[in-house]
Structure formats: C-alpha cells, structure tokens
Write a protein that binds this ligand. Structure first.
Ligand SMILES: *[C@@H]1O[C@H](CO)[C@@H](O)[C@H](O)[C@H]1NC(C)=O
Ligand SMILES: *[C@@H]1O[C@H](CO)[C@@H](O)[C@H](O)[C@H]1NC(C)=O
Ligand SMILES: *[C@@H]1O[C@H](CO)[C@@H](O)[C@H](O)[C@H]1NC(C)=O
Ligand SMILES: *[C@@H]1O[C@H](CO)[C@@H](O)[C@H](O)[C@H]1NC(C)=O
Length: 594
C-alpha cells in the first residue's frame, strides 16, 4: 500500500516536473527603449523623464545607472521605479547632467538572471557657459576693403544647438541685429565678414558685439565688443575676388565630420566691382569631377549667398575634394578643400540575440571597422550580464576566436546559460557598444512516431501519426514532404486522413483501388519545426509483394494466342485436380489416425 502510494507520487511528480520543464518559459530581456545612444538637451529647472522598456519572461526589472554607477535609492534628485523603468530628474540642474543607461534584469526560477544593458543617454542642461570677455577692441579698415571681426579669442563652452548672431550695441540694452546679406556673412566660427566695408558700417558710437544664442534655452549671451573705424574714400576702387576664409583655413579639424552627420563647407571671398546689383563676387561649387553642384539635388544644399555648401548625412565616399570658385567682372579666385569623413567603429556584425535548442553551441559576433583608410579598431571587450568576461571565464563554456571578435558558448543549457552579452569596440574617434542575449530552449522532442518501415496490404491501416513537444516559447508546426511535394497546414498527401488538432494521421487502405495502392507507396517525411529547429521523421511505406505481382502489367497476355489461354486453363484445371486429390489423401489419413 505504502509502496503503491510512493510509486504513484513519483509518477505524479515526474509528470509534474515534465510539465514544469515545458511550461517554464524563459526569455532574456530585450531592451526596446532607448533603442540607440542619444544626447538630450533641456532647459534648466524642467523635470526630465527617461524611459527604459524591455521585453522578456519573467517580466524584467529595471536598474538605472548614472555616469557608470547605480543610482542609489537615497538620491533625492534622481529617482526611478524598478518595475516601470521610468526615471525622473526633478528640476534639472547641471548637477544631474551626465550619461544615463539602464539595465533590464529578469530572474529565473533557479535564481540565475540575465541582464541586458541599454545604450547611453547623455542629458545636458542647454546653456552657454559664462563668456570670459576680452577688453573692448578697435578694428580699422578702409572703405571698399575686406574686413572681419572675430567673436573673441576663446568661445565659451556650450551645450545644445547654438547659433551665432551679431549686434551693434549702445549701453546695456540698445541692441540692433546685424543682418547677413550678399555683402555681410557670419561664418560657422562666429566671425563677421564684410566683403567690402562701407563708411556706414562704422556706426559711430555703437560697438559690434558677437552673441551666442542657445536654441533650447532661448537666451542670448553677448561676447566682447569691437569698435569699427572705417576710413572713407572718395571713390571705392574695384577689387578682384580673393579667398578670405574657408573651412580649410579654419584649421585642420574643421574639415573633419562624423559619418551620418551633416557636412558643412564654407568659403568667403572679398571683392568689389562698381556695378549696381553685382558688386559682390558670385560663388559656385564644384565636386571632385569638376561638375557644378546644384543646390537641392543629390543631398547638396547651397545657402548663405553661395558661401555655404551642406551635404546631408555624410558617407565615406564623400571624403573627396570640393572647390568653391568666386567670380566678378575683373577676376576669379578659388578655394579647395577635402572633406574628412571619420567615424567611431562601424559595425560589420554587431552583437545579436540568439536562440538555440539546448545542447547546441551559440556563436556571437562583435565585428567593427574604422572609416576607410583609418586605423582599425581595438579588439572588442566582452561582458556577460554587465561583468567583464576576461581571464576568469570558464574555458569549457566560453571560447573566443578571430581576435576576440567571436564568442562561442558551448553546449548551451537552458538552466544555466541564458544570459546577455555586451561588447565594446573603440577607435581613435569613439566607442561603440552592442548587447545581445542568449536564449536556450528545450529541443523539439518526438513523443510518438510510426515504425520507420511499413509493409502493408489492402485492408491495413497505415499509421503516420507524429507527435512532438517543444519549449512553450516556440510551439512547433508540422508539414509533410511526400513525392517531391510539400503539404502544409491542413493539407496532407493523397489518401492520408489527417486531423490537425490531434496530429493523428493514417491511411485506410480498405477501399483503395490497385492504382491507389500503388500511389501510396513511398517515403512520408514529417517535418516538425519552429524558427530555430527542424526535426524529420521518415516512414517508408511499401505495399505487399503479392499485390505488386498481381499488378504487374499483364505482359504475356498482351501477345497471348488461344494456345496460351488453353494452356492456362488446363494448368488451372490441373491445379484444382491436384488440390482435390490432396484433400482426399488428407481426409483418409485423418480417418486412419482416428
Ligand atoms: C580624418 O580624421 C581622423 C580623426 O580625426 C584622423 O584620424 C584621420 O587621419 C583624418 N584623415 C585625413 C585623411 O586627414
Ligand atoms: C496511431 O498512432 C498514434 C500514436 O502512436 C495513436 O495514438 C493512434 O491511436 C494510432 N492510430 C491508429 C488509427 O492506429
Ligand atoms: C524529385 O525531384 C528531383 C529533382 O527535382 C528529381 O530528380 C527526382 O526524380 C524527383 N523524385 C520523384 C520521386 O519524383
Ligand atoms: C476503413 O475503411 C473501412 C471501409 O470503408 C471501414 O469499414 C473501416 O471502419 C475503416 N477503418 C478505420 C480505422 O477508419
């Protein structure tokens, strides 16, 4: 009795465990938001919220990091909810600035967990740092000549989109904006250029002052002041164009742009001719093939009265020379510059999440390159669930190859190996990061299948039922392959009676004709599959030999004469006679025995 109970409970338990293994759905976290690295600028004092969102089973919990360290619950200014992933900065000040990233962690029934890490979000209070103003300066020029006024020796550091403007000022609040036009230009370093200066530019008792304007903050910050003194002349002499400023002349770094950003090239020419409406030289841009660049086509835009060429979303192939050419009635001049398109490592293969059936190896790739003709990136650095995967890893489980660009997780196990991996690759320009998780699922298991070879005769039932189980996360689908055809969904090979809901499949041969019996011969290949695995079960069905002989084409009968028929009939009669005689003999023997 006790033994019976124990047996029953063992049976129950094993059924229970079996069900549990199938039902234990595990899926490592996948961060959906933030989906990429970003830079955010806010006005001071505003409340900032950052959202972290991930999928995964069990539902992940969130942890936020700030400048590489976990945000403590004691932090009053920055708080977050571990279950919703929502982080709040109340009243942003410069103190809360920095890099934020989140981790999504899910913990499995055995206590192990998988931790995915998000890209970084840089949070800044949009502002222009205080301007260390130089002394008031004086700039002298002669009417008709080129003159420029710089913003100052050092520009203040600024955060967020910022533009330069120029004003003439008197006292504290009397500001008049200096508008750009064909003659007047503000370059992207903030310098104010006059193609040719006029007496009226002097503005007697006013100063010229550069200002930086922060788009987010909406505040103007005025720089140092310059008095412009213009020596007047009776008549301005004509001047040939001359290159006074270009992105190239602005310094080595000025021509270097990151891939996928906007390229920005500038040329400024002096020059004057006494021809109303055409005083200022006209500018055109040529590409490396010598073709004139037309604004508004092929990613190019020309603005600022021809002085600015922008190229949308730079690619490496944009690393080529551009030429600006200025013309007026008495001459021409040109500027040449070669764009440098650079980049932090560019992914060849970023880490990607992988799902494998238990027992298989999983291979992760972390491969990046530098921009064309630049120094290649350093070998990647790997992390598992946020911890460095260096010398301390288990060589029976992990194996690096291809100069650390490949990580192999050997014979992945559902119970121990579900985890997320991170890799970092850096070059002289910057660092890139990617995250990918390993999910391990129970393999497809065939729990019922027919005999692999079946020889049948008419009247037999050919059972073709195949039933399989799999990890609950990825239910299996089934299809048939028979005689070079594939049957999906509810369809099945000829004469197969198939119930999709129970997977029961059989052929009832009772009512089949000879020809139909011939048709059902062959290999029935059942494919049980999902996204990550396929299992095949083959059943070779043959029809009994006797049937085949009967079905042999009646070759002899074809050219059979009456003789043959007679012989056949005689043979049959003879056979019957022999049978009767045998029966008689048997009957007699039986009688003797009794
Ligand atoms: C372009 O800029 C990058 C990064 O500053 C530098 O490494 C590279 O040498 C530059 N290329 C050229 C052709 O100047
Ligand atoms: C065919 O085999 C399956 C699984 O082994 C079984 O459940 C089913 O009853 C069988 N069907 C027939 C018609 O024999
Ligand atoms: C199946 O197709 C292949 C190639 O298309 C062919 O060589 C083969 O004879 C076909 N088999 C049958 C049973 O039709
Ligand atoms: C097979 O077909 C015969 C004739 O139609 C029928 O009597 C029999 O019940 C069928 N067998 C099965 C298992 O369906």
């Amino acid at each position: 009795m006790a033994g019976g109970t124990r047996l029953a409970s063992i049976l129950l338990l094993s059924v229970f465990l079996f069900v549990r293994a199938q039902d234990d759905i595990r899926e490592p976290p996948k961060i959906l938001e933030p989906a990429s690295a970003k830079e955010l600028f806010y006005d001071g004092g505003v409340d900032v919220t950052l959202q972290c969102r991930a999928s995964g089973q069990p539902t992940p919990l969130y942890e936020w990091y700030w400048n590489g360290a976990p945000i403590e619950p004691t932090n009053q200014a920055i708080t977050y909810d571990p279950s919703t992933g929502l982080l709040t900065i109340q009243g942003l000040t410069t103190r809360e600035e920095g890099f934020y990233n989140c981790r999504a962690r899910n913990t499995f029934p055995n206590g192990l967990s998988a931790v995915a890490i998000s890209h970084k979000i840089e949070v800044r209070r949009a502002r222009i740092k205080p301007w260390t103003k130089d002394q008031d300066r004086t700039k002298t020029a002669t009417e008709g000549n080129y003159v420029f006024i710089t913003c100052g020796d050092t520009l203040p550091k600024y955060y967020g989109p910022t533009t330069f403007k120029w004003y003439t000022v008197e006292g504290e609040d009397d500001l008049l904006e200096v508008e750009e036009d064909k003659r007047v230009f503000i370059d992207n370093k903030g310098t104010l250029h006059f193609t040719y200066v006029l007496g009226t530019d002097e503005q007697s008792n006013r100063y010229y002052s550069c200002a930086m304007s922060n788009v987010v903050e909406g505040k103007l910050t005025l720089g140092g002041r310059t008095r412009l003194v213009v020596t007047k002349t009776a008549s301005m002499s004509e001047v040939k164009p001359a290159l006074q400023f270009s992105t190239k002349l602005a310094g080595d770094g000025a021509l270097t742009f990151k891939r996928n950003t906007e390229g920005h090239l500038e040329c400024f020419f002096s020059g004057y001719v006494n021809d109303p409406g055409n005083e200022v030289p006209t500018i055109k841009w040529l590409d490396n093939a010598g073709n004139t660049i037309v604004s508004g086509t092929d990613r190019y835009t020309i603005k600022g009265n021809g002085r600015v060429l922008t190229i949308a979303s730079l690619v490496e192939a944009d690393e080529k020379p551009f030429t600006c050419i200025a013309n007026n009635a008495i001459g021409t001049a040109e500027g040449r510059m070669t764009l440098n398109v650079t980049s932090s490592p560019i992914w060849v293969k970023a880490l990607q999440s992988i799902t494998v059936p238990q027992g298989k190896d999983a291979v992760f790739h972390c491969e990046a390159r530098s921009a064309a003709s630049e120094v290649p990136p350093d070998p990647p650095r790997w992390f598992k669930n946020g911890y460095r995967l260096d010398m301390s890893y288990d060589p029976n489980k992990f194996e690096f190859a291809n100069e650390n660009r490949e990580l192999r997780v050997k014979s992945a196990q559902k119970n121990t190996d579900i985890a997320c991996f991170q890799c970092f690759v850096g070059n002289s320009v910057g660092e890139e990061f990617s995250d990918g998780c390993l999910n391990v699922i129970l393999p497809i298991e065939v729990v019922a299948k027919p005999l692999p070879e079946q020889t049948i005769e008419r009247g037999d039932i050919v059972n073709l039922t195949v039933v399989a189980t799999s990890d609950k996360l990825y239910p299996v689908a089934y299809k048939w392959h028979f005689n070079n055809r594939t049957y999906e969904g509810v369809s099945a090979p000829p004469h197969v009676i198939y119930d999709v809901s129970t997977n029961l499949a059989y052929i009832n041969t009772s009512d089949l004709t000879d020809e139909q019996m011939r048709d059902i011969r062959g290999v029935y290949r059942r494919q049980v599959y999902h996204e990550f695995e396929s299992v095949f079960v083959d059943v070779d069905v043959d029809v009994d030999v006797i049937l085949k002989v009967q079905e042999e084409p009646p070759l002899p009968v074809e050219n059979a004469g009456p003789d043959v028929v007679v012989i056949a009939v005689l043979g049959a009669v003879g056979g019957i006679l022999i049978l009767v005689m045998l029966l008689v003999v048997l009957y007699k023997m039986k009688g003797i025995v009794h």
